[in-house]
Design a protein around this ligand. Structure first.
Ligand code: SR1
Length: 402
C-alpha cells in the first residue's frame, strides 16, 4: 500500500517509468507541473525521444486556491477516477482514458489531451467550435439519462449513490454558489466599484427565496450522477472534438446543475465580449455566435434526452402520458436557475473566470460584471416561469438592455 505524499515532478517520472505503457524502456522522460486549477497537482510527462505523453493528476489534501487552512478529503480523487471511467463507458472518446490509478496516493494516470485547448481559453482567443453544442448535448444527455432512475436499474442506482457521496466538494458548491454571494463572507471577492451590486445581492428577498429553492434542490435532489463542475475550464475542445475533464465535484444531484453550468459559462463569455471587441460589427457577430451556442446546447441536449427517453426508458411509470413533458420542463427551469446562480458567484464569490477578469480596461470590466449580474439575477428570479430556450434568451436580452 502506498503512503500518500504530494508528488514532485521527479516522483511523477519515477511512477511513469513503472507503467506498462505508453513509454518504451529507453524513453527520455520530462515532466512539468501544469496545474492551474484551484485544487490539484497536474503533471505533464513527455518522452523526448517519441511522440508519447501522459497526464498524472494528484489531489492535494487542501484547496490549493486558499492553502492548508482549507482541508479537503482525498476521496475526491477516487470519485473523479470512477466517474471518468463511467463517462468513458457512456460516451467513449469524450473524456480522457484512464490508464492507471492509485487511490492511496490520490492520483490518476490518464490520456494527455494537449492537442486540444481549454474551451475558456479557446473562446477568449476567438475560437469557434461548430460541433460543441452537438457534442456536449450528447454527453450530458447520455451521462445524465443513464445514471438516473429513467435509464438505470433503480436499486443499482442507490448502490452507486453510495460510491459518489462527496461531502467536501458539495460543501464548496453549497457555500460558494448558494450561500456566500448573498451575505458578507470572508471568501467573497469583488472589486470595490461594484459594492452597490454586492449590497443589492445581500438585501434582495425575492432573489434569496429563489436561491434557497435552488440550494434545496442541490442539497436533496439525487436525480442523476453529475459532473458537478461543468464550466468551460473543464472542457477541452478543437473545432472537431470535445472532451470533458475534472469531474471531481461528481455526486448524485439535479440534472439542471450540469446543463446550467454550460449555459452559464457561455453567457459569462457573452457578457465579456464588449470588453474584448472595439469593432461593433465584429462584436455583434461574436455575440450572435455565443447566443446561438446557448440555444443550440439546450436544443441538442433536449432532443437527445428525449430520444433516449423513447429508446431506453427502464421505468414503466415514466411512460405515463404527460410525464416526459413535465420532467423536461422542470429540468429546463432548473437549468435556467442554476445557470443564473453560477453567473452571480463568478462575479462576487471566491473563484472568478478569466473571461471577465482579463478584460484590461477597468470601466469595461465593471460593465461586464454588472451585465453578468443582471443576467444571472434575471435567470434566478424567472427560472420557475420559463418554458422555452427562446424565453430564456429573451430574459437575457431584457436583462442586458435594462
Ligand atoms: C475552492 S474551489 C473553487 C471552484 O473551483 C472549482 O472549479 C469549482 O467551480 C469551485 O467552486
Amino acid at each position: 500500500m502506498s503512503q500518500y505524499h504530494p508528488f514532485t515532478p521527479q516522483d511523477a517520472i519515477e511512477l511513469a517509468k513503472t507503467l506498462p505503457g505508453p513509454f518504451a524502456a529507453d524513453a527520455n522522460l520530462e515532466c512539468r507541473e501544469i496545474g492551474d486549477g484551484n485544487l490539484n497537482l497536474v503533471f505533464h510527462i513527455t518522452d523526448q525521444n517519441a511522440d508519447k505523453s501522459i497526464i498524472i493528476k494528484q489531489a492535494l489534501p487542501y484547496a490549493k486556491v486558499v492553502g492548508e487552512s482549507w482541508p479537503l478529503s482525498l476521496v475526491r480523487a477516487r470519485i473523479e477516477r470512477e466517474i471518468l471511467q463511467e463517462e468513458y463507458r457512456l460516451c467513449p472518446g469524450m473524456v480522457p482514458e484512464v490508464y492507471h490509478y492509485d487511490d492511496d496516493l490520490a492520483l490518476t494516470v490518464m490520456e494527455d489531451l494537449s492537442d486540444h485547448v481549454i474551451m475558456r481559453k479557446g473562446l477568449i482567443d476567438g475560437g469557434t467550435y461548430p460541433l460543441f453544442a452537438q457534442h456536449i448535448g450528447e454527453f450530458m444527455a447520455r451521462t445524465l439519462f443513464f445514471t438516473s432512475d429513467l435509464g438505470m436499474n433503480q436499486q443499482l442506482k442507490k448502490e452507486k449513490q453510495g460510491r459518489f457521496v462527496n461531502p467536501d466538494q458539495c460543501k464548496i458548491t453549497e457555500d460558494l454558489i448558494f450561500d456566500e454571494p448573498y451575505r458578507i463572507a470572508e471568501k467573497n471577492n469583488y472589486e470595490p466599484s461594484i459594492e452597490d451590486e454586492a449590497e443589492a445581492l445581500r438585501t434582495d428577498g425575492e432573489l434569496h427565496l429563489e436561491v434557497a429553492l435552488l440550494r434545496e434542490k442541490f442539497l436533496t435532489h439525487g436525480q442523476a450522477l453529475l459532473h458537478g463542475d461543468l464550466h468551460t475550464g473543464s472542457i477541452f475542445v478543437t473545432p472537431e472534438s470535445t472532451k470533458v475533464i475534472d469531474p471531481e465535484f461528481a455526486y448524485f444531484g439535479p440534472m439542471g446543475f450540469d446543463v446550467g453550468a454550460v449555459l452559464a459559462n457561455l453567457l459569462l463569455h457573452y457578457a465579456s465580449l464588449p470588453g474584448r471587441f472595439q469593432d461593433q460589427t465584429a462584436l455583434h457577430e461574436r455575440e450572435t455566435i455565443l447566443l446561438n451556442m446557448v440555444r443550440d446546447v439546450w436544443t441538442e441536449f433536449e432532443s437527445r434526452f428525449r430520444s433516449l427517453w423513447a429508446s431506453d426508458l427502464v421505468d414503466p411509470m415514466a411512460k405515463a402520458p404527460g410525464y416526459e413533458d413535465l420532467y423536461v420542463q422542470q429540468l429546463f427551469r432548473d437549468t435556467a436557475g442554476f445557470a443564473g446562480a453560477k453567473m452571480v458567484r463568478r462575479i462576487v464569490g471566491l473563484a472568478h473566470v478569466a473571461d471577465i477578469d482579463t478584460i484590461e480596461d477597468a470601466t469595461e470590466r465593471e460593465r461586464a460584471q454588472r451585465k453578468t449580474l443582471a443576467i444571472g439575477k434575471a435567470l434566478i428570479k424567472r427560472n420557475r416561469n420559463l418554458n422555452t430556450i427562446g424565453e430564456l434568451l429573451d430574459t437575457v436580452a431584457t436583462a442586458v438592455s435594462s
